[in-house]
Ligand binder design. Structure first.
Ligand SMILES: Cc1cc2nc3c(=O)[nH]c(=O)nc-3n(C[C@H](O)[C@H](O)[C@H](O)COP(=O)(O)OP(=O)(O)OC[C@H]3O[C@@H](n4cnc5c(N)ncnc54)[C@H](O)[C@@H]3O)c2cc1C
Ligand SMILES: N[C@@H](Cc1c[nH]c2cc(Cl)ccc12)C(=O)O
Length: 515
């Protein structure tokens, strides 16, 4: 059996991998993390999917264990501003669609209309985000009563595969603080930590990694090497030469500039969502943490210079940006042809990245780690385990890629070359067919990317309706069906939403109580 693992890299991917493998295999697998003090981590990556709760569950960690130490806040949705036209916004919530007489409520909304805001007419979470409300009451009850969440239930080893319901929120957290927290978790459970630089990688005659040469700690050998070295891809890409499949033709944003902005939470409040504000050459993220904002401009170098991007971001933030140091980042957009080659598995930026829209990076890390546990190699090195792992992880990032392409192809904005060119970029062949299908009927299980990538049809529906750039018709069947029950449900959504806004505490009030 595989008895030892060396992980190169101490960023989010490295310490998520180390802590999860430890939780899975205990001391039956010896784990070492080697990380450079000289080479920094990417330092961003602060919003997640709701499914990240399975990661913390698996480690036996409750929110109270890690949120206060990581500046954590709740994320109920992504708020997309100015994608349809300047001054407009809509939400992509963690909330499944209601169904009336077998038809999704958003399809009914197309037929019977509503107030004009599909998100507020069909979902509850947009109302909570607008009100900066907490998803929990002060007694910790969740607003969404569909969950039989027993606050005293023992944490147990849930995984993405058990996500049979849609949990209504995800998290924002300080990426560096989370990596530090997971480092303490892992080292406290017996993971070895070496702070050093890997200066050379030696391969054997088969082209497998024989050992990692460090500057001060000699050579490191293991049965399996996990490359969490970030965009450098020091093992998978550099040492093993695995080809990289670029997504640049369909996802042009390859740069970012970020700021960490201190805020007075008591004054500003905390909107429980990530905001993505479209710009002339990309979009700006706003991630509200407990005592600061994480913000950054994701843009395409072909349309905007770094200096201009930094100026736009500083203008967007305002006077609070003065004297703050900007972090300029080059992004490698695409994926390794294979994430697992011989005795090396790439996880995190080293294996692939599709720009941070919709916060998919940490989900892809979590999915990769879960699959690594499922397909963990034995001494016989069964290639079927490796090949199945590679197929599953490639499909996950290809599905995310397709969902992100939809944002640029589907945005109604066409007010400059960047947004006009976005409509002409190539899309995967199957996706072109699906985009045609969406014009006759909103996306559903039959017309969205067919392999697991975490996004469900309702996410595609929110984009199709919210972005405004795809011509949409309701199916003719709705002209023949009785609309009364659907109209009643639309009224019920608004009544429930108004009651929640009136009874839930603010997110600031609830989170202050956790500290
Ligand atoms: C602009 C931007 C915004 C993002 N926003 C989000 C978001 O909101 N949500 C989300 O889920 N994801 C987001 N991501 C993705 C997220 O940041 C990454 O998935 C996450 O941080 C994982 O990074 P990593 O651990 O793979 O790499 P890194 O953080 O770069 O860590 C690499 C590690 O490898 C070490 N290392 C490298 N080479 C050597 C060597 N030779 N010897 C020793 N050590 C070495 C470094 O010291 C470091 O510890 C974003 C990414 C970018 C670029
Ligand atoms: N079902 C996955 C993915 C997902 C569903 N809704 C959203 C909204 C946002 Cl902002 C990101 C991700 C998602 C999950 O629940 O995490």
């Amino acid at each position: 059996m595989t008895q030892s693992v060396v992980i190169l890299g101490g960023g989010t991917a490295g310490w998520m991998t180390a802590s999860y493998l430890r939780a899975a295999f205990a001391d039956r697998v010896d784990i070492t993390v080697v990380e450079s003090r000289r080479i920094g981590t990417i330092g961003v990556g602060e919003a997640t999917f709701s499914t990240v709760r399975h990661f913390f569950d698996y480690l036996g960690l409750s929110e109270a264990d890690w949120m206060p130490e990581c500046n954590g806040t709740y994320k109920l949705a992504v708020r997309l501003e100015n994608w349809r036209a300047p001054g407009t916004y809509f939400y992509h919530p963690f909330e499944r669609m209601r169904v009336v007489d077998g038809v999704p409520l958003t399809d009914w909304w197309q037929k019977v209309g509503g107030t004009g805001s599909f998100d507020r007419d069909c979902f509850l979470i947009p109302w909570l985000c607008d009100a900066k409300a907490s998803p929990r009451y002060l007694d910790h009850r969740l607003f969404e009563q569909d969950f039989d969440e027993d606050p005293d239930r023992p944490l147990y080893r849930t995984t993405l595969a058990e996500q049979n319901t849609q949990f209504p929120y995800a998290y924002h957290f300080d990426a560096s603080l989370l990596a530090d927290f997971l480092c303490r978790y892992a080292v406290g459970r017996g993971v070895h930590r070496i702070i050093d630089d890997v200066v050379d990688v030696r391969l054997d005659e088969r082209g497998w990694i024989d050992r990692l040469v460090t500057r001060e700690h000699g050579d490191l050998t293991a049965d399996l090497y996990v490359d969490c070295s970030g965009f450098r891809s020091r093992l998978l890409g550099d040492a093993l030469g695995e080809p990289f499949v670029s997504f640049q033709d369909s996802l042009p944003n390859d740069r970012a500039v970020a700021l960490r902005v201190p805020v007075d939470t008591a004054v500003r409040g905390i909107r429980p969502c990530t905001t993505a504000t479209a710009q002339d050459a990309g979009w700006i993220w706003t991630i509200p943490l407990y005592d600061r904002i994480g913000t950054g401009y994701v843009y395409a170098a072909d349309y905007c210079e770094p200096e201009e991007a930094e100026r736009v971001l500083r203008d967007f933030v305002g006077p609070a940006a003065a004297d703050l140091e900007a972090n300029h980042i080059r992004m490698r957009i695409g994926r390794s042809h294979r994430a697992w080659v011989n005795n090396c598995v790439g996880i995190g930026l080293s294996a692939g990245f599709v720009e941070p829209l919709q916060s998919t990076g940490i989900f892809l890390i979590q999915h990769a780690i879960e699959q690594l546990v499922r397909y963990f190699p034995g001494t016989d090195r069964d290639p079927v385990l490796r090949d199945t792992y590679n197929l599953s992880t490639a499909r996950a990032i290809e599905g995310v890629r397709e969902f992100l392409i939809l944002h640029y192809r589907g945005a109604a904005r066409a007010d400059n070359d960047y947004w006009r060119d976005a409509k002409k970029r190539p899309v995967p062949e199957d996706m072109a067919v699906r985009m045609e299908q969406w014009q006759s009927k909103l996306p559903d299980n039959d017309t969205t990317y067919p392999y697991y990538h975490a996004f469900e049809p309702y996410s595609y529906v929110c984009m199709a309706l919210g972005l405004g750039g795809i011509p949409l018709r309701h199916p003719p069947a709705l002209d023949l069906l009785d609309t009364r029950a659907a109209r009643a449900e639309l009224t019920r959504v608004r009544e429930q939403a108004r009651k929640l806004v009136d009874t839930l505490p603010s997110q600031v009030e609830y989170l202050s109580g956790l500290r």
